[in-house]
Design a protein around this ligand. Structure first.
Ligand code: SF4
Length: 298
């Protein structure tokens, strides 16, 4: 039986420091998130932090860790209700319970508030577009909610696996703007800065933290998961990480280094303005959400 290198109790997780017991692993995980917040100067003193809080495992761990870190910041949890039958009601109930237990203010914003329709209504003829539509409208909903509550940043529960998958997916799509990080913004206060405090923590460690702290409850899976391109990338990347631990961190660190070395982004940087229809931040005449809604209407 492996024992904790700090106290000799039964170990539950192998870290870069060695095997750790549940209590010391939790402290190690929280210290990692604190280092990530400091590394990227994510939170400033007095910030209002809008935490994107689906009620799933990643965002539940995020909200718990942020509330335990004694940050000099105010936390407000926001759940986006996409309107997905047989799925979202259970996760909203779980989100309410967790926010109440942590004593964090909790708000809910729905796709109906954002565009007048649920995700199920939008996808009646094109369910395969689910994750693309959902992601675009969720970003808009969170941005609107954060602006309404005068938040300084939006924190999301993306972990290292999500980040490495996103880097690979940008290459798979040939999305040079994202690969080279050549975004500029002149959308002023419209676009709220985003932070990902768990972005250097693996999904495995995040789940282990949730289990060690009794945070996880069984929840249904989104019925649209089968349409996600990310599922294939996740499977492939998971096998690479298993064969060569550290692969995901190399991908993410390599991407950061690439962006740093490109002193002048390729081509003309994209300037973010505002959507001429809805007034939200946009890279084109219409923002991504309005273009998605137009495509669905056709
Ligand atoms: Fe939205 Fe796709 Fe996630 Fe379902 S699986 S919640 S549709 S992004």
């Amino acid at each position: 039986m492996a024992v904790c290198v700090r106290c000799g109790d039964r170990a539950v997780f192998q870290t870069d420091e060695g095997p750790l017991c549940a209590a010391h692993f939790s402290a190690w995980y929280e210290a990692g998130a604190a280092r990530t917040i400091e590394r990227y100067s994510m939170v400033r003193s007095g910030d209002r932090v809008c935490v994107g809080f689906s009620g799933g495992k990643d965002s539940t761990v995020l909200l718990t860790v942020l509330s335990r870190l004694n940050l000099d910041a105010e936390l407000i949890a926001v759940t986006v209700d996409e309107g997905i039958g047989g799925y979202r009601n259970d996760t909203i109930a779980a989100a309410r319970a967790t926010a109440a237990r942590l004593g964090v203010e909790h708000r809910i914003i729905s796709f109906a508030d954002v565009c007048g329709h649920t995700l199920d209504e939008l996808l009646t003829t094109s369910p395969a577009a689910a994750c693309s539509v959902c992601g675009t409208l969720r970003r808009r909903a969170l941005n609107m909610a954060a602006r309404d509550m005068a938040a300084d940043v939006i924190a999301t529960g993306h972990c290292l696996d999500d980040e490495a998958q996103s880097v690979l997916m940008n290459y798979l799509r040939g999305d040079v703007v994202r690969v080279t990080g050549s975004h500029n913004s002149n959308s002023g206060d419209l676009f709220i800065r985003r932070i990902k405090p768990l972005c250097r923590s693996t999904e495995r460690a995040t789940v282990a933290y949730g289990l060690c702290n009794n945070l996880l409850v069984p929840l249904p899976e989104c019925p649209y998961t089968k349409y996600a391109l990310r599922a294939d990338v996740r499977r492939w990347l998971g096998s690479q990480e298993y064969a060569t631990p550290g692969t995901m961190l190399h991908i993410v660190d390599g991407q950061e280094e690439l962006v740093r070395r490109i002193s002048k982004p390729c081509g003309t940087p994209k300037i973010m303005g505002v959507c001429e229809r809805c007034g939200e931040p946009a890279n084109h005449r219409l923002c991504a959400a309005c273009r998605q809604l137009d495509r669905l209407a056709k």
